[in-house]
Write a protein that binds this ligand. Sequence first.
Ligand code: GDP
Length: 424
Amino acid sequence: MATTSLDLAKVRNIGIMAHIDAGKTTTTERILYYTGMSYKIGEVHDGAATTDWMAQEQERGITITSAAVTCHWTVDEVDNTINIIDTPGHVDFTVEVERSLRVLDGAVTVFDGVAGVEPQSETVWRQADRYGVPRICFVNKLDRTGADFFRCVDMIVDRLNAVPLVMQLPIGAEAGFKGVVDLVRMKALVWSEETKLGEMYDVVDIPEDLRAQAEEWHGKLVEAVAENDEEMMELYLEGEEPTQEQLYTAIRRVTLASTGTGDTTITPVFCGTAFKNKGVQPLLDAVVRYLPSPLDVEAIEGHSPRNPEEVVARKPSEEEPLAALAFKIASDPHLGKLTFIRVYSGVLHAGAQVQNSVKDKKERIGKIYRMHANKREEIDRVGAGDIVAVMGLKQTTTGETLSDPANQVILESMDFPAPVIEVA
Ligand code: GDP
């Protein structure tokens, strides 16, 4: 059973947000497929290798049933843990949406390449702004007739009042969509015509006819980053071309600093077609490169159960007292009641007694599970920054805090920001 703590710098807790039908489910399924393919879960309850179930799941189609699912993705030879938190798509369940926004650190917004920015995209965007969630965009469905990447980019400016960082250029259009120009690496990433599920792209030189456009957009990217980042501005003013590494780091800084709580959100924009299996692997790289780890997020604040006026802040560290938020109760066909929690600080051990600080009741933690796309993995401890499902909680409902009995905190107060009102 896994007993080690996670390196928080290599953890991403993300949500995927979209207007209905933009391709959130398809994108998530592809993410789970690619990440499952490249990673063999160390210990799983029946010991089957990931690739075995992938073959089976491919026949049946992967189903995403979990409120939070954990996967792994390697970038620059470093393995990262990505927890994908289900973000309800229906805007009428505002409290549910806001609660899921609270437990995630970053988000991917998926747009339909034909429809562009739709009403629900605007709503979820404003909700993410409210919670200061840094995000990247994926313009999906570029294989469809009428899809237009740049129209969608313009709509991100006009409708969302955001500053898009164009990270890729599409190669080919509609049925002829082949791949993308990566404007940081200045290489073309191309897939075969009938890309099979899981197929990797080839990295080739930028096609001759796109060379000038790619140079132009690379320049615009560097300029936009420089306008928002001092280090990049210094290089820019000295007329120096940033290295790939400098550009990655500066884009990360700009994305993380831009949480929408000030004025405009700066957001890197990627493209592809999840359904036709093109574009999802670079999107996963971007999740790791540009979205925050739990360490990048400010200490969470709650209040003392004794005194609602007394602010208690908890850092994302295992050295701090335990504070965890229950954000979803689910019923598992095999396990029964599961409570999904995000641990903000401290460590939670299977079998431990903790305090539900909202109800002022003791709770005994049963087994702890990490939910993968296909299986659950039993672990005996979970530390700050991580998201898991636990068994055994009898009284705890969503929105309630589990604390160290000797050091209590209530994380979520009931005074949510006012619901986002739809403007007709
Ligand atoms: P969700 O409502 O946002 O979860 O959207 P889905 O992932 O369920 O996708 C809605 C519909 O669009 C489904 O019929 C998908 O097969 C289709 N779809 C998703 N991604 C693409 C894509 O990249 N290209 C095309 N042509 N269709 C897509």
